[in-house]
Design a protein around this ligand. Structure first.
Ligand code: ATP
Length: 360
């Protein structure tokens, strides 16, 4: 990956009937980067992608591709490969014709078109299927044709709108790996839209988390999961416990000590804006807590509690716990299922190994 910027959105906004669906969206994507836009239905993911592709003109802001202002250029004048959710493969065309279409528009010579189609089909491992119609292909093969069509134009960047959502779970997981491998080997810049958090975390160099037309956080997968900027990001990417508390001290190196509602004290990651004395929310993911069964002197970051619920999930067991500190918080905690399964009513020690102070 180089440091040059392939895609830049500056302060983009879009309104429909006076409702803001995108609000001051700014984003820079580096050459060779795989970036995912993640968020709930209706948050503006597709609108963002379509603005980059040229299918929607923003009401405010600017779109730049490799330094060229393309805000008002139509899609075919931007060198962008597009993969849609439904693949948009024309039913009356063969695979060859589907791939050649975009090359003919670009007025390439016949031999060059044949060469590019062959190369694109080779990249997605579909050599030999040139004469098939879409209906003669499996879902996974159709997905690859859509990908090959995007690659054939030799694009500067590729944008993909939920390209795996029509595939069954098994195939989707295989295609994730394949797509990521292809992206890495070609070094092509990709912007990928999904509402599937696992897909976003497992494939991306960086994840853009959106809510209600605004970007909430942009960071690498580990950071958005382990250092979520706010409660929305924490709750959207996996499950989380939210506990109110007061900051007792900031101890440098972005660590803080927080007194939780019931009086227990834990260490937590403290983003730079947090001050001693602030009233905050602390995020604790279920797997950031461990149970200690044998009562022993209370150690740092530990408090006692009672098991209320036991939910067996196969690979893990999820427990609902009430702390003994007098608060009515019900904490959810996850343990690997090969540990002894506890029963409701069992008394336990809860050790918090990681906690994050939310910035909201
Ligand atoms: N042409 C339109 N006219 C009016 N409202 C629209 C139009 N297109 C999109 N919207 C609204 O804009 C908002 C954002 O839509 P967008 O398709 O970008 O969301 P999304 O995050 O991609 O959602 P999903 O995951 O459901 O595809 C939604 O509330 C949608 O209803």
């Amino acid at each position: 990956m180089s440091d040059s910027i392939d895609i830049e959105l500056s302060h983009c906004g879009k309104r429909y009937r006076n409702v803001d669906v995108l609000n001051d969206v700014s984003l820079q994507i580096k050459r060779g980067e795989f970036v995912t836009v993640l968020g709930p239905s209706g948050c503006g993911k597709t609108t963002t992608l379509r603005i980059i592709g040229g299918f929607i003109i923003p009401d405010e802001g600017q779109v730049t591709i490799r330094g060229r202002n393309v805000t008002h250029l139509p899609p075919y004048r931007r060198n962008i490969g597009v993969v849609f959710q439904n693949y948009a493969l024309w039913p009356h065309m063969t695979v060859f014709e589907i791939l050649a279409f975009g090359l003919r528009i670009r007025k390439l010579a016949r031999e060059e078109i044949a060469r590019r189609v062959d190369r694109a089909l080779e990249m997605v491992r579909l050599t030999g299927l040139k004469d098939r119609y879409p209906r003669e292909l499996s879902g996974g093969q159709q997905q690859r044709v859509a990908m090959a069509r995007a690659l054939a134009i030799d694009p500067e960047v590729i944008i993909l709108d939920e390209p795996l959502s029509n595939l069954d779970r098994r195939l989707r997981e295989d295609m994730r790996i394949e797509l990521k491998r292809l992206q890495r080997s070609l070094g092509v810049t990709m912007l990928f839209v999904t509402h599937d958090q696992e897909e976003a975390l497992s494939m991306s160099d960086r994840v853009v988390v959106m809510q209600s037309g605004r970007i909430q956080q942009v960071a690498d997968p580990r950071t958005v999961y382990e250092r979520p900027a706010n409660s929305f990001v924490a709750g959207f990417l996996g499950s989380a416990n939210f506990i109110d508390g007061d900051v007792l001290a900031i101890e440098g190196n972005e660590r803080g000590r927080v007194r939780l509602a019931g009086g227990s004290v834990v260490d937590a990651y403290a983003p730079s804006g947090v001050r001693s004395g602030d009233k905050v929310r602390v995020i604790v993911r279920p797997e950031w807590m461990l149970l200690r069964r044998e009562p022993s002197p209370v150690a740092a970051n530990e408090f006692s509690g009672v098991v209320r619920e036991v939910i067996y999930e196969g690979a893990a067991v999820r427990y609902g716990l009430s702390p003994d500190d007098g608060s009515d918080t019900l904490l959810f905690l996850q343990e690997r299922s090969n540990a002894d399964v506890l029963e409701p009513g069992d008394k336990v020690r809860i050790n918090v190994s990681n906690a994050v102070i939310a910035e909201d």
